[in-house]
Design a protein around this ligand. Structure first.
Ligand SMILES: O=P(O)(O)OC[C@H]1O[C@@H](O)[C@H](O)[C@@H](O)[C@@H]1O
Length: 271
């Protein structure tokens, strides 16, 4: 079944965003100046129950295959409920446990995804609350797909001297020695305890990527071979995307009954 039309959020200065209720999935962000920094594959299925290849998938309660659940958890394909808005350029969706989520993951929880746009800035915040009487343990990510003009000319700055797990090479752990990260072939790395701000530079301009609450950062590009094997990615799509994911993976969150956790990612064009 094709997804219903996504909601459009508008700020007073002309910034605009489109979000599907499925996954509270931001698929498009146009800044006030007209820049569109997010990648979205036109070959995405856009059908109920299928993950979308692009934008900002919300990964919860399990990152990748870091546990027994379906890859990347169920939040990205669950239908979230939009909450009443009280200001232009901002919106909030909520996901609560249901019979379907409890069948996969037997816990009471509620999540909120808050979005704010304006000027050249996007803020996305995920919060998780534990209303139950047992501790909740989860991993999570904002799996942001950034659009790049040419992956060969893009550089990610800020990860030097940080430890990472190289998922594209058997999960070996290394320390990044390079001043900036250039993407050559498949790159699939979980960087641990990363700085609060990274910078993506390209000949066309720079993007500042901030995160709070999320202690790790995942950097992913499928490279040409795995990219060609992804049915929902257009030919050469790997040359035009770079995922820089605010994540919490290395030390899963443990939420006591009644406790609350929040993590956010901010993109600032030109930063
Ligand atoms: O194809 P999916 O399920 O959306 O996952 C995409 C990628 O997501 C990244 O976060 C993982 O590190 C990769 O290993 C994975 O391939």
């Amino acid at each position: 079944m094709t997804l219903p039309v996504p909601d459009t959020i508008r700020a007073a200065d002309g910034a605009e965003a489109q979000i599907y209720a499925q996954g509270a999935h931001l698929i498009r962000w146009r800044s006030a100046s007209g820049a569109e920094p997010l990648f979205l594959s036109q070959r995405s299925a856009f059908t109920a129950g299928t993950a979308i290849r692009g934008g900002v998938p919300v990964i919860f309660p399990q990152f990748a295959a870091e546990g027994p659940l379906t890859k990347h958890g169920f939040a990205r394909t669950a239908v979230w409920q939009r909450q009443p808005d009280n200001e232009p350029g901002a919106a909030c969706w909520q996901l609560r446990d249901s019979a379907a989520t409890r069948a996969a993951w037997p816990h009471a929880f509620w999540c909120e995804l808050r979005l704010r746009i304006g000027g050249e800035r996007l803020d996305v915040a995920l919060s998780v609350h534990n209303p139950g009487d047992q501790a909740l343990r989860f991993t999570a990510a904002l799996h942001t797909y950034l659009r790049v003009d040419d992956i060969g000319a893009a550089r990610l700055h800020g990860l030097q001297q940080h430890r990472y797990r190289d998922s594209a090479h058997g999960g070996i752990e290394r320390v990044d020695a390079d001043e900036s990260l250039a993407i050559v072939g498949e790159v699939d790395r979980i960087y641990f305890d990363t700085p609060a701000a990274l910078r993506l530079s390209q000949p066309g301009g720079a993007l500042r990527i901030e995160q709070q609450g999320f202690c790790d950062t995942v950097v992913w590009n499928p490279g040409p071979a795995k990219g060609a094997a992804l049915a929902d990615l257009e030919p050469d799509g790997d040359r035009h995307l770079l995922c820089v994911e605010a994540a919490v993976v290395g030390r899963p969150v443990s939420l006591a009954p009644g406790a609350h956790w929040q993590g956010s990612q901010t993109l600032i064009i030109g930063g």
